[in-house]
Design a protein around this ligand. Structure first.
Ligand code: ACO
Length: 221
């Protein structure tokens, strides 16, 4: 019999909206929550300041960076993420540290049936990097989608040049599975990507517990 957490309420995603964490890492107290319309200003400030840090790793999109990341662009983004999440096609989160918006994390392309799989993508503001934030956010989300959203497998694709993100995935407990050739149109060209994945069988105690056991994070209440 399916657990109650895995039963979809019509029009609502199992596992979304949700608050994940708190988890204490070097960067501070990490939590994830659903995006809010009121996130426009901090989201836009971080994204405009960080064009050089972010653009090289993100899918090619029409329009200027300014147009796509001004606070006026947020309501459409927010509405798209919310719709995706309410339809059960994804789970959209913002990452906060000590209560302040510090990045975003999205689980997308949720496929159920015999796959029960999805991908994960994330960014962290450059002012907050290097403190374990992304690793904690990925681990919290993986545990959540396995325990509350009924998924079995989570995939992440990353450019081979993106050493920081590769380190995040390895530290969080994902394994490298292979190379997807010319997989995604990123920063103006079709780029090879490494495929990383984790399934429910890999870490029976959970990815967060694994980080805690390794001394990378502390569970706080
Ligand atoms: N070479 C090797 N390791 C590096 C490098 C580098 N150039 N830069 C950072 N690292 C290491 C850090 O030392 C750290 O490892 P450590 O804890 O063993 O010292 C690790 O990478 C980063 O771990 P976190 O602190 O948990 O991650 P952080 O909060 O700094 O966020 C992230 C990492 C998300 C990649 C951030 O740099 C970012 O937003 N980059 C731009 C956007 C991006 O690349 N997003 C990911 C796209 S791929 C995907 O979404 C699946």
């Amino acid at each position: 019999m399916a657990s109650s957490a895995a039963i979809a309420v019509p029009g609502r995603h199992p596992g979304w909206p949700a608050r994940l964490g708190p988890l204490l890492v070097d960067a501070g107290v990490v939590e994830l929550r659903a995006p809010k319309l009121l996130d426009a200003q901090p989201w836009s400030r971080a994204r405009l300041r960080d064009q050089a840090h972010l653009e090289q790793w993100e899918p090619t999109s029409p329009g200027s960076w300014l147009d796509r990341n001004s606070s006026f662009a947020w309501p459409a983004q927010w509405s798209m993420l919310r719709r995706l999440s309410l339809r059960g096609q994804g789970l959209a989160f913002v990452i906060t540290v000590d209560g302040e918006l510090a990045g975003q994390l999205t689980v997308g392309n949720v496929v159920r049936g015999a796959l029960c799989s999805a991908w994960i993508g994330y960014w962290v503001a450059s002012s907050r990097t290097g403190g374990g934030l992304a690793t904690a956010a990925v681990a919290l989300t993986a545990d959540h989608v396995f325990r509350s959203a009924g998924l079995h497998r989570l995939e992440a694709t990353v450019r081979p040049e993106n050493m920081a993100s590769i380190r995040v995935l390895r530290k969080a407990g994902f394994r490298e599975e292979g190379v997807f050739r010319r997989y995604l149109d990123v920063a103006g060209d079709w780029r090879d990507h490494l495929c990383f994945a984790v399934t429910t069988e890999d870490h029976p105690g959970g990815l967060v517990q694994r980080l805690v056991d390794g001394g990378h994070a502390k569970i706080i209440r």
